[in-house]
Ligand binder design. Structure first.
Ligand SMILES: [Zn+2]
Length: 512
């Protein structure tokens, strides 16, 4: 027989064991001790924060026979034991998310007036109450309006706004908050030692972060990883299983940002992708980390939910960023975290976010003035040059391999604009293709049909494209034009007046 799931086994049996909800627990304990409990409660808050566990504790305390109300639940009396073993008849749990929700509410109405069979109170816990149908809500409301003295309702929901106001107004409300990382780590640590598990210390921190405030998720993750008690749960294995990056990765990328080191940042991102890290998840980690830096930078370090080691690193890094630069970086990585379009090139959103964060120029107007169009032969300068400290001379031609795909992609609009000055029909060709990769000094461009590809590949056009790229990116680059399947790339729609049609009409010949 399989062992009991850890999160069931370590569900709080007493109020002291409820993690991170002192504000709720204190009020309820006080009410229980003074015999002034309400007939209906609404527990709201994110999943896994202890709503149903606390509801069960209330049910247990109400029916506990310990003579001192302040000592209830004692977990030793007949009723407490029955609740703990899941066989207490006067505790009725209804899952509103299940099909039987409505039937259960009707049933509840029919039976509610019967006295409790074992204890002093019949306690109804209705989980996910916002899922009830209107009919079921109306039935519930009738009983809430005139509950028999022996009935107590505890409604739990993750979405209070979906509960009708008529129902809300009958309930005493308590908000459960996301559980802070440090408190979650402490609880995990106590479970680990009581279970005799072997876990590397850094693992608990990763689990707690991954669970984003849900104790249940954190314990379930621990359960998955600690398959056998003899085996050490390592940080390395944990990160692999979760497809997540360790806290160090966000710190390293922030370091590359602080150093304004584009190449290092791109390497770090691509190494993460090679390790199977989920790009959107890592983008969220970056937002979290950069937000921490910003708070530290602004003197609000106490608002940062981080362990001691991370906090030390943040304090060391925060002073090297301007608040404006951090804000820009947070926005850029937040956009990457919400970017779902780039399945064909998983690291692209991260690369774009990183490059956007590098731009040291806070004034968008002055960025527009930066002329992307200059003869390649003269002095190639580029928007990328703003990565250098202000006032520094523009970089000389970059050695091969320094330009990364992310830079090409994020400057693509500038490349298209620059190409117009080189040759009037180039923008149309460039608008119909997509940069696919960079190898050494060769940029691969994907075209979805052979006609466009061969036009772009004609010597004159290809040189024009190379010239445009060189002007914008400040590097001597070559271009390889390949055919790329349409379904893999999002290309602009072709309409009769559009750029692609224009390219067809021009036939790739130089205009007089
Ligand atoms: Zn008891």
């Amino acid at each position: 027989m399989a062992d009991q799931a850890l999160y069931r086994k370590w569900r709080p049996a007493a109020f002291d064991e409820v993690v991170g909800q002192e504000h709720v627990v204190q009020t309820i304990r006080h009410a229980l001790a003074s015999g002034r409990t309400a007939h209906a409660y609404l527990f709201s808050g994110p999943r896994g924060t202890g709503k149903t566990s606390t509801a069960r504790l209330v049910a247990k305390a109400l029916n506990c026979t310990h003579p001192d109300p302040a000592q209830r639940p004692d977990n030793t009396c007949r009723n407490c034991v029955a609740v703990n073993e899941g066989r207490f008849l006067d505790l009725i749990e209804i899952d509103a998310a299940s099909n039987t929700g409505v039937d259960n509410i009707r049933d509840l109405r029919d039976k509610i007036n019967f006295s409790p069979s074992e204890g002093q109170y019949k306690v109804y816990i209705i989980d996910e109450v916002h899922m009830l149908s209107m009919g079921a809500f109306n039935a519930l409301l009738k009983t809430l309006e005139e509950p028999p003295p022996h009935a107590v309702f505890i409604l739990a929901t993750t979405e209070t706004h979906k509960v009708p106001a008529t129902v809300l107004s009958r309930c005493q409300r308590h908000n459960f908050r996301r559980i802070p990382t440090a408190e979650m780590v402490a609880r995990l640590q106590s479970i680990v030692s009581r279970e005799g598990l072997q876990v590397e210390p850094a693992v608990l921190d990763v689990l707690a972060r991954q669970a984003t405030g849900s104790m249940r998720d954190a314990i379930s993750l621990l359960d998955q990883l600690a398959a056998s008690p003899d085996e050490m749960v390592t940080l390395d294995a944990t990160l692999k299983v979760l497809g997540t990056a360790g806290g160090q990765a966000a710190q390293d990328l922030a370091e590359a940002l602080a150093e304004q080191d584009a190449a290092r940042g791109m390497d770090a991102i691509n190494a993460l992708m090679d390790d199977g890290v989920d790009s959107r998840q890592f983008a969220r980690q970056m937002v979290d980390y950069l937000r921490g830096l910003m708070l530290v930078r602004m003197g609000n370090a106490r608002l940062v939910d981080a362990g001691a080691e991370t906090m030390k690193a943040m304090q060391q890094q925060a002073g090297r960023f301007e608040v404006g630069a951090l804000l820009r970086a947070i926005k850029a990585f937040n956009a990457a975290a919400n970017d779902s379009r780039s399945g064909w090139l998983a690291q692209l959103p991260l690369e774009l976010a990183f490059v956007d964060s590098l731009r040291g120029d806070p004034d968008p107007a002055s960025r527009v003035e930066t002329p992307p169009i200059r003869k390649a032969a003269a002095s190639p300068a580029a928007p990328m040059a703003t990565a250098s400290p202000p006032g520094a001379p523009p970089p000389a031609n970059r050695p091969p391999g320094v330009v990364q795909l992310g830079q090409v992609a994020s400057n693509w609009n500038d490349v298209v604009a620059a190409s117009r000055r080189v040759h009037p029909n180039l923008p149309a060709l460039l608008a119909a293709c997509q940069p696919l990769g960079v190898e050494g000094d060769v940029v691969t461009l994907g075209f979805r049909n052979e006609v466009l590809r061969s036009k772009a590949d004609g010597e004159q056009n290809r040189q024009g494209i190379e010239q445009s790229l060189g002007q914008v990116l400040g590097a001597a680059l070559h271009v390889k034009c390949v055919l790329h399947s349409a379904e893999a790339v999002q290309l602009p729609d072709v309409d009769s007046d559009g750029p692609v049609a224009e390219a067809f009409r021009l036939g790739g010949r130089p205009r007089k």
